[in-house]
Design a protein around this ligand. Structure first.
Ligand SMILES: Cc1cc2nc3c(=O)[nH]c(=O)nc-3n(C[C@H](O)[C@H](O)[C@H](O)COP(=O)(O)O)c2cc1C
Length: 309
């Protein structure tokens, strides 16, 4: 088996974390990823509630035993009640991403829970290191959902050379080849999101799963247009990578007033609603159970890495 810091310290069988994905990753997805030997994370969106965290944690625990919770640090700066709700569920890992986690890490550690942070630049990593996180996740700009602009491989190489903390990779890893590549480079494993987005265990409209299967790797765009249309107060520096549709073709890169965007946006219409997904969308060809996806990525990576053993 592939043994790394992740498997040893999180007590899991394969070095794969199921990404926290707001609006898409609830207890069923997280539980199935954990059941397959990885660690699935609940994606607590800014608008999630303490009750949602408790209910989804119960589902994940029942299915997979272990689970983690992913929070967005910048949104805790206004209201940190979701952090307390997450800690109360005793997850195996909490991720605090997109912002300085220093104010929150001691509370998580006091509960005996390790903290990881997804970071997008070397400077972000220095901030997370100072905050005392246990694991760095290098999140490249090809990732689905909100992310930075540096590609996964350049960022991963830069961070591995710059820190003594364990580093995992996120962004664009959708097959055993991707996992093998980042482990060979020195990463402790991968956090995968897009590769799971067509799985029936995800939350969200059917069209989102269908679009993930049909889209190719060139069909995504890095944009803030959906945040503007949906009044999501993300700090300016983070855009989100989404599958292109009529909404992005009409409004991305324009200075259309927010009222007009709000009026045009329709989550019930596939041509207008957002489907956040990364460039690994081109690697997803069918709606497969999440557990199968995780097991196959791990087995293929192990086979590829064994060539050099
Ligand atoms: C639909 C979607 C929603 C996401 N929501 C969150 C989130 O709530 N919190 C978070 O830390 N990251 C979020 N992310 C980013 C993922 O945690 C992860 O970095 C990304 O999926 C990894 O890249 P990949 O999609 O290429 O596998 C989201 C990603 C997607 C695709």
């Amino acid at each position: 088996m592939l043994e790394t810091w992740l498997t040893r310290n999180l007590d899991i069988e394969v070095p794969i974390l199921g990404a926290p994905m707001g609006g898409r990753a609830g207890g069923t997805l997280a539980g199935e990823v954990s059941k397959a030997g990885g660690l699935g994370l609940l994606g607590a969106a800014r608008y999630a509630t303490a009750q949602w965290v408790a209910e989804e944690a119960a589902v994940a625990r029942e299915l997979g035993g272990r689970f983690g919770v992913g929070l967005m640090t910048w949104s805790l700066d206004d209201d940190d009640s979701l952090l307390d709700a997450a800690i109360a569920q005793h997850p195996a890992l909490i991720t605090l991403s997109f912002g300085d986690p220093a104010a929150y890490v001691p509370r998580v550690h006091a509960a005996g829970i390790p903290v990881a942070s997804q970071v997008n630049t070397l400077e972000d990593m220095r901030i997370a290191e100072l905050a005392g996180v246990d694991l760095i996740i290098a999140q490249g700009g090809e990732a689905g959902g909100h992310t930075g602009r540096i590609g996964t491989l350049p960022l991963l190489q830069e961070l591995l050379d710059a820190t003594d903390l364990p580093v995992a990779a996120a962004g664009g890893i959708g097959t055993g080849r991707g996992l093998a590549a980042v482990i060979a480079a020195g990463a402790e494993g991968a956090l995968i999101g897009t590769a799971l987005l067509a799985s029936p265990e995800t939350v969200g409209p059917d069209y989102a799963r269908e679009r993930v299967v049909s889209a190719g790797s060139a069909d995504t765009v890095y944009t803030s247009v959906f945040d503007r249309a949906r009044h999501q107060p993300w700090p300016d520096r983070w855009g989100g990578r989404a599958v292109v549709n009529d909404f992005t073709r009409d409004f991305h890169g324009t200075d259309t007033p927010v009222e007009r965007l709000e009026e045009a946006y329709d989550p019930a219409d596939p041509a207008l609603g957002v489907v956040y997904a990364g460039e690994a969308v081109g690697l997803v060809h069918a709606a497969r159970p999440a557990g199968d996806v995780v097991r196959q990525i791990a087995a293929d990576a192990q086979r590829l890495l064994a060539r050099f053993a």
